[in-house]
Design a protein around this ligand. Structure first.
Ligand SMILES: C[S@@+](CC[C@H](N)C(=O)[O-])C[C@H]1O[C@@H](n2cnc3c(N)ncnc32)[C@H](O)[C@@H]1O
Length: 287
């Protein structure tokens, strides 16, 4: 008979070995998974370190929750590997998808789609009669979006997705579409829609976007963090811009519990943000 203490010790050692694989073994390696990182459930083995991400040879990160994380910014492990940070992103994505109230056949535009964290689940919900337009300024993001769509399509049918590269920060990429031809528009965490351009340009941009949305259709605008004072519009300023653009009724949807502020101790060589980040918001605009 094996003594219970030896069994418990063996369990503890096994647990420590397995969970070590979940810890960061490349200090200073980046993360930002939900923006620039990549996810490839096929090559990522949860709990192991050193997974490979598809379609990006720069990426050789860690595996968390079946997703492969790697990338550009050295962000403190203590923050980005916290479970609550990743949970928070997942909750916000779930909230955005619920607010979109998608049904098969809808026509949806994802402006500033990035690598397609939302484009893919949207295309999955719309069925073959739906349609998605995804725009971005950045070729690298669009290449990742294409790779994610190709990968997702091997597992489940997707609505057709038309990818459009915009050429300027206030180019909708969709000006050729007929008025009222869209049911939903998303603008999620696209910092480039903030006050980096004159307000009048943003009003005119949103007026062109909103004209594309049919009466009763919706625009969702979300920023998870506001880099103030110069970074993004606070919620009241953004509501006023949507009003001036003639977009329709705005309402703020409550956000889930949010990521902690950027209060971690930054490792050597990484500058602290000049201004503390403020919690963001989710605006729903009904035409
Ligand atoms: C933080 S990512 C968000 C991606 C996606 N919307 C999401 O929530 O997962 C921001 C993306 O917006 C793009 N972007 C920034 N400014 C833009 C603009 N003015 N027009 C279109 N895309 C823009 C960037 O290239 C980047 O891929």
């Amino acid at each position: 008979m094996v003594p219970i203490r030896r069994v418990l010790a063996a369990v503890a050692v096994t647990y420590a070995v397995l969970s070590a694989g979940e810890r960061v073994t490349r200090p200073g390696y980046e993360l930002r998974a939900w923006w620039y990182g990549d996810a490839d459930a096929r090559t990522c083995v949860p709990g192991r370190v050193g997974c490979r991400c598809a379609a990006d040879d720069r990426c050789a990160g860690t595996c968390r929750r079946g997703l492969c994380f790697g990338a550009r910014y050295p962000v403190p492990d203590a923050y980005l590997y916290r479970d609550d940070a990743q949970h928070d992103v997942e909750r916000i994505h779930a909230l955005v998808l619920a607010a979109l109230d998608l049904t098969p056949g809808l026509r949806v535009a994802d402006l500033g789609a990035g690598p397609g964290w939302l484009t893919v689940p949207i295309a999955q919900r719309l069925g073959p009669d739906g349609r998605v337009w995804a725009t971005d300024l950045d070729d690298h993001a669009l290449a990742r979006l294409r790779a994610h769509l190709d990968d997702a399509r091997t597992r489940r049918p997707l609505a057709p997705v038309e990818i459009r590269r915009v050429t300027a920060p206030r180019d909708t990429g969709l000006d050729d579409l007929a008025p009222a031809s869209l049911d939903r528009v998303l603008m999620i965490n696209v910092f480039g829609f903030g006050p980096d351009r004159p307000r009048a340009e943003t009003v005119s941009f949103l007026a062109r976007v909103c004209r594309l949305v049919r009466p009763g259709g919706r625009v969702l605008y979300h920023q998870d963090w506001l880099r103030r004072p110069e970074g993004e519009y606070p919620v009241d300023a953004m509501r006023a811009i949507f009003r001036d653009a003639g977009c329709g009724r705005t309402r703020e949807r409550p956000m889930p519990a949010h990521m902690p502020p950027w209060s971690w101790a930054l490792p050597d060589g990484i500058a602290a943000p000049a201004h503390p980040m403020e919690r963001g918001y989710l605006l729903e605009v009904t035409r």
